[in-house]
Structures are given as C-alpha cells and as structure tokens.
Write a protein that binds this ligand. Structure first.
Ligand code: C5P
Length: 408
C-alpha cells in the first residue's frame, strides 16, 4: 500500500446515509494523519448514523448539512467548498447519491456539490448486495465513469462479505485504509501531482520604477493571474518560485515568494532561480525606467515640472528564452493586446523566443478583475481559445497543459 503524504492536500468528504458511515470517521482520522485537510458534508440520512459533532471534532471544521444555511454560505459557500477541495470523496456513496450524480440531479447539498465541483470525485459505494447488483445502479456507476473530461469519477470498492443486513456479497464499503490508498493514488500519485520534481519560476504583478525616494512609475497589474498560475503549478506538485512585484495579495501556501520592485531586481531574481523546467513570465514589467534616479525628493521648482529621461528596461522574458544551458525547457510569456490578438501575440512569440504565449484581450475588463479570456498560442502553430472564466480556472488549464507537455 502507498504511504504518500497528503500534506497540504484538501479533501471534501461527503458522508451519505448507511451503516458504513461510521467508517467515514476512521477515514477522516487516517486522512488527517497523512497530512490532508478535510472538510465534511453530512446528508440528512448520514446524520442518522454519525453525528455532526463527531465529524466536526475529527476534521476540525464545521460540518455542512443543508443547502440553504445563510451562516454556512457566508463562511464558505457550497460551490466554493467544492472548488476548495483537491478531491471530493463520497463515503459511503449510497445508491441514491450515485443515482443523483449520474443524472445531474441537484436538489440537496450533496448532489448540488457533486454537480458543481471541478475536481475528481471518488465514490466508495455501500449498499445492500441486491441494490449494488441492480442494473440501474450498475448503469449509473458506468455512466459516471464514462463522463470523460477535465475531472472524472473513480470508484473504490465495494468489498464482498457479510453485510449488516445479514446477506452476503458485494456491497460493503471499502475499508478506510483502502479508501485512503485510493485517495493517495489520486492525489499524491502521478495523476494528482504530475509536476512533482519539476521546478518553475513565475513572475507576477507590476514593477515599480523609482523616480526619486518617494515617487515611481508603475502600472495597474494586480498579480492575480500570475499568482493563480504559481498556485496551480504548485498544486500539481511543481516546486515554484514566484517573483512578485508590489501587489496586495497574500503569498500562496506551499511556494517560495520573492518580493521585488524594479524590472532589474525581478530579472536578477529570475536568473538566480534558474535552471528550472518551466518559466511563466506573467508580470507586467515596465518597459522603461527613469535614467538617473534622484537621491533626494525632487522639489517643485519655479522652472516648471522636471522632465524625466527614460531608458529601456531589460526584457526578462527574452533573456530567459535565449538558447543556452540554463534555458527552461518550457518558456511561457504573456501578450496583453487591445487589437489583432493573434497576429500580435504570434509576433511576440517569435520576437521573444519563447515556446508558448498566452494572449489576452485587455480591451475588456481584465486588470484587477477575477476573470480572464485568453488564447494560448504555441510555437508549433497551435491556438487554444479559453473563453472568459475565472483566473483560477485559466491558471489550472494552463498548469494542466504544462503537465501534459511534460508527460508527452
Ligand atoms: O513586450 P511586452 O511587454 O508586451 O511582452 C509581454 C511579455 O514579456 C510578458 O510575458 C512579460 O512578462 C514579458 N516581459 C518581460 N520583461 C520586460 C517586458 C515584458 O519579461 N521588460
């Protein structure tokens, strides 16, 4: 059995109704022991078998029980909860829950969460042997497994044996240790952390180019897209260095953030952290800096405002892309354009010498916003259009593409 650590991984456990629900408590204990963070959701039927108190005490988090509870929605809404998780586990997964999920029914908290999640779902079925063998249940499970795509459904168990109802056959929920192993396989294995062992350097945010000790030139970049990319890469197991200009964002957990101000500082930090496998240069680097930064505050003078002489900043992306021993295997740049996205992005791709470029149309509301619409252009002529979605989703798509690239 695998003993991979689940440190930093987040599991949402949905506890359905059935005598096997008591084993869900042991599963929480094992998950916590292996380092995972667990939030739980208890169905009304599940609450007939285990108490919310037990789940809350073991997970260390409040337990969600109903779809419409204002206090829960203000803490972490159920949609948010389904996105928070790296994996959703249903244990026990009853015939009813499986049927709802297979048919897209969303009339309570558990089924709505299962429909809303963008993560893989692991089902640990538990039911009477006749129920499990019923063609309707088997068809529902097959249907769920057949939903291919970004996420998917995995099933662990059921085991064969004597059942609480006295009958014998398949239908017993898999043992907690076996469910844990399945979770580890999904989260800590090559499927869950395909970028384990890869190093990535990501730049994000604006740069700040001083004029004098109190003034400077900067831009409106919020850093949100770059931070989301750094986070998504770390979630897939990469060792990430995030070189960040001044932004108002917390450092994502599990990666190394380095603060910089000017383009030259950013460049120095990026170079210091090479070689790397992946470079994603998403910072909005100032094209120019002030030549001859004043050592004291420039005073208002009768002669009128001073004129600032500007000189060009180094192009960090072009520098990183230069062929050589320390060139990352995959270099990705950004192209913010207000017109002719494809032509401009492709021209930038070849001018800078990078492998991929993420083109975004900034004529829309992008700076500081939570959403983004981008097209990924690759050196081999490929173009992938990702319509407007959250920056987190864009980041996860990009990270998944990067993982595919390295797998290939
Ligand atoms: O030339 P432009 O600024 O449009 O190019 C954008 C891309 O180049 C982004 O990936 C940005 O992070 C990178 N860049 C850089 N250093 C610069 C200017 C841009 O790394 N001085």
């Amino acid at each position: 059995m695998t003993t991979a650590s689940l440190s930093g991984r987040k599991v949402l456990l949905i506890v359905g109704g059935g005598i096997a629900a008591y084993k869900a408590l042991e599963l929480v204990r094992l998950l916590k022991k292996s380092g995972a963070e667990v939030m739980s959701l208890l169905t009304p039927a599940g609450a007939e078998f285990v108490t919310p108190m037990s789940l809350a005490a073991l997970t260390g988090h409040p337990v969600r029980q109903a779809l419409f509870m204002p206090e829960d929605e203000t803490a972490m809404g159920h949609i948010e909860l389904s996105r928070w998780a790296d994996l959703v586990v249903v244990a026990p997964a009853t015939a009813g829950l499986i049927a709802k999920a297979a048919n897209g029914l969303a009339d309570d908290l558990a089924s709505t969460t299962l429909l809303a999640t963008d993560k893989k779902v692991l089902l640990a079925p538990a039911m009477n042997v006749r129920m499990w063998l019923h063609p309707a249940v088997q068809a529902n499970v097959a249907r769920l497994k057949g939903f291919d795509g970004f996420h998917g459904v995995a099933v662990v168990g059921p085991d064969e044996g004597e059942m609480a109802c006295g009958e014998f056959g398949p239908g017993r929920m898999a043992e907690p240790a076996a469910i844990l192993a399945a979770i580890q396989g999904l989260l800590a294995g090559p499927d869950g952390r395909p970028l384990a062992g890869r190093r990535a350097v990501v730049t994000a945010g604006p740069t700040f180019e001083p004029i004098d000790p109190v003034r400077g030139l900067t831009n409106r970049s919020s850093g949100k897209q770059g931070y989301a990319i750094a986070t998504a890469l770390a979630e897939l197991g990469a060792e990430v260095t995030l070189v960040s200009g001044p932004v108002a964002l917390d450092a994502p957990v599990g990666l190394n953030r380095i603060w910089v101000e000017s383009a030259r500082e950013m460049q120095a930090e990026v170079q210091k952290h090479l070689p790397a496998d992946i470079a994603v240069m998403s910072a909005a680097v100032a094209d120019w800096r002030v030549d001859g930064v004043a050592s004291g505050k420039i005073k208002k003078a009768p002669g009128g405002p001073p004129s600032l002489a500007l000189i060009e900043n180094p192009d960090i992306l072009a520098g990183v892309s230069k062929p050589g021993k320390s060139r990352p295997k995959l270099v990705i740049g950004f192209a913010a354009e207000t017109s002719d996205l494809e032509a401009n992005a492709r021209a930038k791709l070849s001018r800078k010498g990078c492998d991929w470029i993420v083109g975004n149309d900034v004529s829309d509301d992008v700076f500081g916003a939570d959403g983004n619409a981008v097209t990924l252009f690759t050196k081999d002529g490929g173009a992938d259009v990702w319509p407007r979605q959250s920056k987190t989703e864009v980041a996860r798509k990009l990270a998944a593409r990067i993982a595919d690239h390295f797998k290939a």
